[in-house]
Design a protein around this ligand. Structure first.
Ligand code: GLA
Length: 392
């Protein structure tokens, strides 16, 4: 796979950081490395688990994993020591190493170790090499729990690293499904398939259109003159303890009531329940945005993003005051075509479509005038669509 310099530049430093920590912690350099991007969803939230079409894109934020295979079923994860880390008798900082053996009870859902151990074990089982283990180090600049798929990027990069180390081959779509299984079985998050497909199947310069009912993926070129801005509100709420699972159940019951396999395929005319109205209308908006991107009609793209946010806020009730303030402030700016919360919601990030030649000006204005009104930890940055997860 060819990878341009602009892309590789942004993750190679993470691979270098992880490799030097690995050598310090385990004594030898790692035998393999892999990277996976984060993702942002342009439009189509809370509909992947209802058979909807969604439009995420992988972004230039990366998780790098380096590792070496073990023969004893153990997983050892070395982490970057923090400022008050323990020191040995010679004053040298001790690198913290967390371990998990396959015959031990599973780590608590939601902890990084549950994702690492879950992915290693799930992939090894799939390729018939269950007895093996892994020494591993991660380095990432995907913010955790911010709606940019920190867990999907972690699972995908670990999966790619294990495949490289064992020499086994799996179809990328299969890798995505295994990573989704880790979320369900090891993290207790009943997620859809959007994040895993976005991270494992994306193409640089394109958004990834996923028809979740037909399990079909295609690539939509993103016009060069449109830039994508992310405002991270700095507020967090984990998916596991949010209302995510409740929403999923409500949608399954609504689909049953309408007699359809997927709620997205019900008719809007039959609906007065606000949850179902969000799901069905969001599905239609995604199609409208894909058509508008192809016609380079950014006005329609922006309008659909604004409508999507209102629907997630008022009908699906997964927004938050910080997300709403961020969307409102962004939409009031010249050169911003539209903005919406992105991902599962309840905190996290907003995505805005911005006229690319004004991106720097918009970012400077957001820094000066908006961030302090959102939260003390709010940040803003531009992203662009990159290639998918891979071993190096
Ligand atoms: C999370 C889940 C996805 C999707 C989004 C909301 O990111 O992992 O499957 O449901 O929330 O669109």
């Amino acid at each position: 796979m060819s990878v341009n310099n602009r892309q590789s530049g942004s993750y190679l430093s993470k691979v270098r950081d992880a490799s030097s920590l690995f050598a310090g912690a385990f004594g030898d350099p790692p035998a393999a490395a892999a990277v996976a991007p984060g993702r942002v969803n342009i439009i189509g939230d809370h509909i992947d688990y209802c058979g909807g079409t969604v439009l995420p894109m992988a972004i230039n934020r990366w998780t790098a994993v380096v590792g070496s295979l073990r023969d004893d079923g153990m997983i050892r994860w070395a982490q970057q020591p923090d400022d008050d880390a323990e020191r040995d008798e010679d004053g040298k900082v001790i690198v913290p190493i967390e371990t998990h053996a396959q015959d031990e009870p599973r780590p608590e859902p939601g902890l990084s170790m549950s994702y690492i151990a879950g992915t290693v074990q799930t992939v090894l089982d799939e390729i018939g090499q269950s007895g093996k283990g892994l020494d591993v180090v991660l380095a990432s600049n995907v913010p955790i729990g911010a709606g940019l798929s920190s867990s999907a990027t972690l699972c995908a990069s670990v999966a790619m690293c294990v495949l490289k180390l064992t020499g086994a081959e799996l179809d990328p779509q299969r890798v995505a499904k295994l990573c989704q299984r880790v979320e369900h079985e090891w993290a207790s998050v009943p997620c859809g398939i959007m994040d895993q497909y976005a991270v494992v199947l994306s193409q640089a310069g394109h958004a990834t259109m996923i028809d979740c009912a037909r399990d079909d993926v295609s690539h939509v070129p993103v016009p060069d003159d449109i830039g994508w801005l992310i405002l991270d509100t700095g507020t967090r709420r984990s998916l596991a303890d949010s209302a995510y699972a409740d929403r999923r159940d409500v949608c399954a019951r609504a689909a049953e009531k309408f007699g359809v396999e997927y709620l997205c395929h019900a008719s809007l005319d039959d609906v007065n329940d606000p949850y179902a109205r969000h799901v069905i209308s969001e599905h239609h908006r995604v199609r409208a945005v894909v058509d508008a991107i192809q016609a380079r009609d950014m006005k329609i793209v922006g309008q659909c993003m604004i409508e999507s946010h209102a629907s997630l806020r008022d009908d699906y009730k997964v927004s938050s005051p910080a997300l709403d303030r961020a969307v409102q402030a962004l939409c009031a700016m010249d050169s911003v075509r539209g903005a919406r919360m992105t991902g599962a919601g309840f905190g996290g990030c907003v995505i805005a479509a911005v006229q690319k030649d004004s991106m720097e000006v918009v970012i400077a204005k957001v820094r000066d005038r908006v961030l302090h009104t959102i939260s003390p930890r709010a940040t803003v940055f531009a992203v662009h669509p990159v290639d998918c997860a891979r071993s190096l």
